[in-house]
Design a protein around this ligand. Sequence first.
Ligand SMILES: C[S@@+](CC[C@H](N)C(=O)[O-])C[C@H]1O[C@@H](n2cnc3c(N)ncnc32)[C@H](O)[C@@H]1O
Length: 212
Amino acid sequence: MLIDSRLEEYILSNTSKEDPLLAELRRETHLKVLNPRMLSGHPQGKLLEMISKMLSPNKILEIGTYTGYSGICLARGLKKGGHLHTIEVNDEITRFPKKYFEKAGLSGSTTIHCGDALKIIPALNETFDLVFIDADKKQYLDYFNLCIKKMPSGGILLADNVLWSGKVLKQADINDPETQSILEFNKAMVSDSRVETIILPIRDGISIVRIV
Ligand SMILES: C[S@@+](CC[C@H](N)C(=O)[O-])C[C@H]1O[C@@H](n2cnc3c(N)ncnc32)[C@H](O)[C@@H]1O
């Protein structure tokens, strides 16, 4: 936890409530799926929804679908006729996002691609106004390098877990490739003249990266 627990409670009680569908998905994920902590949850999901609604994107790319929580939040901001592409490598889990995208009335505006994002992104013939990176931490820079080729000037890329439970403050252990990669990603974002970036200290840290 990055901030005082009382402040966290205050923030929650002064943030719009989680709607019943997302609460149901969160509960089912906790009951039936391994590592439920991976789900964005509330209020991070609300932040994703708000950013998407502010941008009103035509095309969204999400890397790391898991059970579909963040995908629903992002897709709610799509421009009319817009589409969210989301990529998940674990085929045993995709029945959850399928079920909940349908329940959310988003079946027609979402596509779940099952496979490795590093192989699927190059094959997508689309331009993305909004990208959310939330898959293998060791591959963040690779995802970024693939995505930036498919984003216009002004496009927004969000990356989750960029504070990695505070481990970014420690010297990365040689046996800790995740921390090493998150450090490399953050350094690359702040040094790359093609983008401007800010880290929000929400949950595990979210970067907002804007293509200049
Ligand atoms: C943190 S979870 C995503 C959580 C989800 N975005 C949410 O907020 O509800 C990360 C997901 O990325 C998937 N993943 C890991 N490596 C991947 C890859 N190379 N390509 C696609 N998905 C991957 C994992 O199987 C896992 O379901």
